[in-house]
Design a protein around this ligand. Structure first.
Ligand SMILES: [Zn+2]
Length: 268
């Protein structure tokens, strides 16, 4: 295989993350609340669930039916309100395309989040629908670096964060390259995320503003520096006012810093 072919092959198989929304809790007419698809080899992990998930996946060029699992970081409305819509979307898309789901859908979260998600989904009585797939609720433990799931393509780990409700950050590792992507979800700057993010090729850190349970752009950048991450992307920011975010981040981080853009593919 030529070097060029090898490069192309790597590009095809390299994992990437696509923000399906980038906004903090108050989304606007041009943005959705923060949720992500982590993709490798044509299938994806869905991280949190907002807005119109199936439509946003389609717009990102991702087959909505090719889901490996859903991970909920915490039970705040802007992070989970799309879940019932997503389940109905998977069900109807599967039936309409002649590819109904035959295996359970795994949803991972901390136990208290799973309980609430189960109640929310239960209100719609979706499990009584004919040919509805079942849901496999899988709890995540609280430790820094707790294993979430693993297959040939990706290994996923979590860490508890500092937020107003129990929340987790996530680390995705490509076993073949050892390279990692870390997502803070909602949190104050905290040592747990710093440890989880250590040496990551790509860090998505929230930047909704200073104050308990959240982080400013400057604080996110300082944490990224302390964790020696290679590339920083700010997400979960106030999309109505991004003035000064990059400037204040760049004062604390030497590597590349960007504002997350919806549907952009960030390889790592
Ligand atoms: Zn939150």
């Amino acid at each position: 295989m030529s070097a060029e072919d090898q490069g192309r092959q790597l590009e095809l198989t390299a994992p990437y993350v696509t923000p399906l929304g980038v906004s903090a809790a108050l989304a606007d007419m041009d943005h959705a609340n923060t949720f992500l698809a982590v993709v490798r080899g044509g299938s994806y992990w869905l991280i949190d669930c907002a807005d119109n998930p199936v439509g946003r996946l389609q717009r990102a060029g991702i087959d909505p039916l090719a889901v490996r699992g859903v991970i909920l970081t915490h039970f705040h409305p802007d992070h989970v309100y799309g879940l019932p819509s997503y389940l109905v979307g998977l069900y109807l898309t599967g039936l309409q395309s002649g590819r109904p789901r035959h295996i359970p859908l795994a949803i991972y979260a901390r136990p208290e989040v799973l309980n609430l998600a189960q109640i929310m989904v239960g209100l719609f009585q979706l499990q009584e629908w004919t040919r509805m797939f079942s849901i496999d609720y899988r709890p995540i433990t609280m430790d820094v670096g707790a294993p979430v799931a693993e297959d040939d393509d990706l290994a996923i780990f979590s860490a508890p964060t500092h937020h107003s409700v129990p929340s987790i950050a996530l680390r995705f590792v490509a076993p073949d390259t050892g390279r990692s992507f870390v997502y803070s979800s909602d949190t104050s700057p905290c040592p747990e995320v710093q440890t989880l993010a250590w040496g990551a090729a790509l860090l998505f850190h929230e930047a909704s503003g200073a104050g308990y349970g959240h982080t400013s752009a400057a604080e996110a950048a300082a944490l990224g520096s302390r964790a020696s991450v290679a590339r920083l992307v700010l997400i979960h920011y106030d999309t109505s006012n991004t003035h000064g975010l990059l400037k204040s981040a760049r004062a604390h981080f030497d590597g590349p810093v960007e504002l997350a853009r919806e549907f952009e593919r960030y390889s790592w």
